[in-house]
Design a protein around this ligand. Sequence first.
Ligand code: PMP
Length: 384
Amino acid sequence: MALEIKKAQGIYLTTTEGKRYVDLISGIGVSNLGHRNHRVAQAIRKQVGKYWHTMVYGEYIQSPQVKLATKLSKVLPDSLDSTYFVNSGSEAIEGALKLAKRYTGRTKFVAMKNAYHGSSTGALSLMSDPYFSNPYRPLLPDTYFANYNDIESLDIIDNQTAGVVVEIVQGEAGYIKGDHAFLKAVEQKCKQTGALLIVDEIQSGMGRTGKLFAFEHANITPDILCLAKAFGGGMPLGAFIASKEVMHCLSHDPVLGHITTFGGHPVCCAAALENLNILTKSPYITEVEAKSQLFRDLLVHKDIQEITGLGFMLGVQLESKEHLHRVVNECIKNGVIIDWFLYAEDKLRIAPPLIITEGQIKKVCKVIVNAIESSQIPNVISSE
Ligand code: PMP
């Protein structure tokens, strides 16, 4: 897009040319409270005044990490009481894979087709599309793929499997919601075989789907939960979270099972704590469902085939990739930033900050519907 950003505030980005845009993708699922929330900014400034990096992760006691981990254990199921902070989503996935290997003593992983779990070598091994993974082979051996929402394909999970990695709403596949029966079946199969259930909530977490964590909708409990993106309140922070019993195996034989210099950076943890405090005490998360429905009610056009997803993960299916690219460009021209997906170029990605108001939703939906109308690709009718 090559927009040169001068300032970001709330749902808006302003460029050096003075043009204002609505960020309807939240910087790809990051700015759930909008840009530069003043309380998060305040928490950052406060921590900057105390200390920044002091030592590689885990050596010193740093209160922002302790407070954030404590708060997480309060909002998560009892079994998720041990948090390992990292820098990014990919690193959270790497940590989860290593942890599952160590805990189970097994090497096999099962992921879902069309999932996206990150760009590092381990995470890339969980990508089913060879277009993205083949140029980087060899990757992790012993990785297999089940079909998302296909219970029968879960037979591939067996007692050789260390972990099963699953998103509750597949992000880059175009916001495909996991059926509750399917997600329950994945959990059940993990229990039967002793595989660990690794839930990637890097994009769906922190209120985006109308619950703090999307797994709450399906009533399942991850063995390992991966967080990043909106987790840091706009700062780079990730985490993999498990029970103390599971996490303990990273501490011995060998010691230092995962080493990270900047993981759990105190300034990022201070931001994340304030972000989590706001999310858990404000009405933003509970308002997501009604606001999401407003998008669905207003995004009506004959070229919209369906709207998939959950909460503020909305995938708007158009009839062709060519039309969609024109719509995205037209929206950007008219001050609304939307996007498509890594694996679904004929679907519009709508993932607004949770703070967007009804009035703002009405305005952006008008822009989008007008863009769909004005960007139609004319049928070439030949009279000859
Ligand atoms: N998992 C999911 C579901 C994601 O959407 C992403 C990022 N798009 C990642 C993992 C990787 O996160 P990061 O880019 O922070 O490494």
